[in-house]
Design a protein around this ligand. Structure first.
Ligand code: ADP
Length: 555
């Protein structure tokens, strides 16, 4: 049990199961876009570090602090941003070259060391001169008194460690890196809210040492950059999915990435004589609620659209299947019809020749019974030959060895009906299926029996589409009959058949559908059912619908 639990936990966060499961959902364009964002994050952080350093070296305070009242970004922090941003940029490509990766790793390890040294200095474990020595190596000895805050040091250690993990490319470590980055970004929300509410306890450590807005923003950008650099390889891969989940994740992450920094920055920037800080912050919060609501509504519409597109695609594929089934049916019949036409052409031409010879004889007055006997006998012979051809063809179909396999009747009937469901829906015909539980498996050629079912149901749809739509219904019933055979009844509420049609309906070329029908379907169906050792028959009254039934012997 314990193992199971651990596995579940591992599955949720680390297992490659996640990755393989959704791999086919990953959308290339989203992936490229998010990788580019990560690249942009790396560049932004480097620029932030460079600009703050320029500010310190050339004494331009605007470059390392937001306002005189708020904490500054210390030079050591600016240098660390160069390291971290540089590492993120170097690790960007999916497969960085070994040299590139090694340099990225050195930068990440340096970031970890600098962060660790600052933390140690706060814990009084580290004599001050070590940090001063470090600052002098970096040419920053002039500023060595301006210390980075412990928040900053912890954030550096974590993000640099994250980057080192990313560079090792192991799925588990990529996941750990992403989670560390995500939790750091979430922790930064407290700092941004501290700035928004002017609660210095959240961003100051002692005196004026604290995490500046610039630094907090740098870390937020860095954190998202780490998550996005290998987004497809960890827990957050849902962001590159092309399904509804991906859409929601991208929107939510966008909100999470943008709003906390905005809340922190805008009141500080908009500090004016007209509104107090709190008033500005309230206006901002209201604007953000509005923005969130609008984004969520847009998201809802997009999800709705996606759903519509999906159901349209499903409908199109159903229609396609129906068309396909229809085509298969027509093909089989068409082939048979052209075969017959070809075979019958010869005797019919011969009969026509004999008939015109007879006419000629009659016209020329030479139609003595002896002379006319010969062509008439020819006609008779050819007519017998034609009917033999038809009989042979029917025999051929009947004797064609079906490719029998053992199939579940339930699957067989359902499989057949799926193909024609769309057609029934198109004509607004409710198609009901009633199958007994005790149906046994049967040895049949599934394709042929599906063909029979399709043909009968298609005829039923044709029959009911001539009556008022509220009376239309087709029931397909499957059960074991009294003889122990599987019996399938297709019961419709269509126009039914009179005695004469009923008697000839299984003959070839009997149709009431004019040019649209060929009158071969039912004759073929009967041949197929009989070749399976079953029976096909119809019961019907004019105006009372029709019930076509066929049996399939069990075992
Ligand atoms: P087709 O569908 O090409 O006409 P079929 O052999 O399948 O050929 O059907 C022959 C004829 O049987 C149809 O034209 C129709 O008149 C009649 N028929 C078949 N099924 C039904 C039914 N369920 N209700 C009424 N008539 C039917």
């Amino acid at each position: 049990m314990a193992v199971l639990k651990r596995n579940n936990w591992r599955t949720l966060f680390f297992s490659e199961y996640w990755l393989t499961k959704v791999e086919n959902m990953v959308r290339g364009e989203y992936l490229r876009f998010l990788h580019r964002l990560s690249c942009l994050a790396g560049m932004t952080v480097v620029l932030l570090g460079v600009s703050a350093l320029i500010g310190w070296v050339f004494d331009l305070p605007a470059l390392y602090r937001v306002s005189a009242r708020l904490p500054v970004m210390p030079p050591m922090t600016a240098v660390s941003f160069l390291f971290a941003g540089g590492a993120l940029l170097l690790l960007q490509p999916e497969q960085p070259s070994p040299l590139r990766r090694a340099v990225g790793q050195v930068l990440a390890v340096s970031g970890i060391l600098i962060g660790a040294l600052i933390i140690l200095s706060y814990l009084h474990e580290l004599p001050d001169h070590i940090l001063q020595q470090l600052a002098s190596w970096m040419g920053l000895v002039k500023f060595s008194a301006i210390k980075s805050s412990p928040h900053t040091a912890v954030a550096f250690t974590l993000t640099s460690l994250g980057m080192l993990f990313l560079s090792l490319e192991r799925p588990t470590l990529v996941n750990v890196a992403q989670w560390m980055a995500f939790l750091s970004v979430m922790a930064l929300v407290v700092i941004f809210f501290g700035y928004a509410h002017e609660e210095s306890i959240f961003y100051l450590f002692t005196g004026d040492i604290g995490m500046s807005l610039l630094t907090a923003s740098g870390f937020a950008v860095l954190g998202w950059g780490i998550i996005l650099a290998r987004v497809e390889k960890g827990f957050f891969h849902i962001m590159v999915s092309d399904r509804a989940g991906g859409l929601v994740a991208r929107r939510v992450m966008l909100l999470m990435a943008l709003f906390p920094p905005m809340l922190g920055w805008l009141p500080s920037l908009m500090h004016s004589a007209v509104f107090t800080h709190t008033q500005i912050e309230s206006i901002l919060a209201a604007a953000m609620v509005l923005a969130i609501v609008l984004i969520v509504i847009r998201l809802a519409y997009q999800l709705d659209d996606q759903e519509n597109l999906r159901s349209q695609a499903e409908e199109a594929s159903r229609q396609h299947q129906t068309d396909l089934a229809h085509m298969v049916r027509l093909n089989t019949m068409g082939e048979m019809a052209s075969g017959m036409a070809h075979e019958l052409n010869q005797p019919l031409t011969a009969m026509a020749n004999y008939a015109s010879a007879s006419l000629r004889l009659i016209k020329s007055g030479e139609s003595s019974s002896a002379r006319i006997q010969e062509p008439l006998q020819g006609i008779l012979k050819q007519a017998v030959r034609a009917s033999e051809i038809i009989r042979h063809l029917r025999e051929f179909v009947r004797k064609q060895q079906p490719n029998k396999t053992r199939v579940d009747v339930y699957d067989l009937i359902q499989g057949g009906l799926v193909l024609i469901k769309g057609e029934a829906a198109r004509y607004e015909v409710p198609l009901l299926l009633e199958l007994d539980d005790n149906l046994s498996d049967v040895d049949v050629d599934a394709i042929q029996i599906e063909q029979v079912l399709l043909n009968i149901v298609q005829n039923a749809i044709d029959a009911v589409s001539n009556i008022e739509s509220y009376r239309r219904q087709i029931v397909v019933r499957g059960y074991l009959n009294a003889g122990g055979d599987v019996q399938v009844d297709v019961i419709d509420t269509g126009q039914g058949m009179d005695e004469e049609l009923k008697a000839r309906v299984f003959d070839a070329f009997v149709t009431t559908k004019g040019a649209k029908g060929m009158g071969i379907g039912l004759s073929l169906c009967r041949s197929i059912v009989e070749s399976h050792g079953g029976r096909l028959w119809v019961e019907s009254e004019p105006g009372q619908g029709a019930t076509f039934s066929f049996t399939l012997p069990v075992g």
